[in-house]
Design a protein. Sequence first.
Length: 349
Amino acid sequence: MMRYSKVSLADFTCALPDNIVSSDEIELRLKPLYERLRLPEGRLELMTGIRERRFWGAGYKPSDGALLAGRKLLARSGLEPEQIGAMVYCAVSRDFVEPATSTVLHRELGLSSHCLNFDISNACLGMVSGILTLANMIELGQIEAGIALCGENAGPLLENTIASLNADLSLTRSDVKTHFASLTIGSAAAAALVRRAQPGQQSRLLLAAASYSDCSNNHLCQGDARGGMTDASQPLMQTDSQELLQQGVKVAAGMWQKLKKCSAWQAEDADLICTHQVGKFHRALLYETLGLPLEKDYSSFPILGNCGSASLPATCALALEQGCLKQGDKLLMLGIGSGINATGLAVQW
């Protein structure tokens, strides 16, 4: 558990691709598989609540999206690039294995040679881990301001999943289930600004954070080792979606008990709740298990799908842009990442 007294979670931004792909379009491309196994059409949206998701164009790199979100964040902040003391890149998708994708962003954003930069990898919790890393550095007096960035490029995973499902004639209905989660993935980029709070500041404050883990279930969702999320890669992901849902919510429940103690907040205290975006059944079970009021939820999964590490910060950014996140609101940010890890943030907006 962590309590903060000097940290402002000052802003969120997101960048969304223009290419929109509906669940119906994905099922149409899977027609050979659907006909062979006699799968009912419409099941993808019915089971997830995901109507559509977005993808970057051909040749787009993960850093390209992160750069859009980062430039937007810096422009809104009024900070000069040399005022950023640390920058962390936190996506599942990376431009390459080495060097760190953060080096691309450091160069393109014109950050100072004194600005620390590195990559953080923690599945869908990457951005939350990045925010807390920067918050700890500020609390310790190491930096005055830092930015966390991510750019998720899900196109290669979707394309390779569709091709593999249509090509493998030995697949059964049971086999297809392990690839179902890969059909819910979308692309997006996000950025978060973390800076030292000013004396007497009452808004946009990070108050507390708590984490909980059960890594005995790290086998429930695993991506293979065939490269990063670029056009040249051929990634596949195997997911036991039902078991991951159940076990992930159990881990989140452990985290929530710690966060309530650390923040002194109860479920009814929250004005807005943003979670990692998976789908409608995940949302329903999470809110029921944790005893959270569903009317306080803000969701983006119907139009964005699951955007990995970008899901939670992009959802917060959209809530802010649409006026759903207002000054004075108590914001709960709750994230679950395969592994399984869960982290929650209490933010006084």
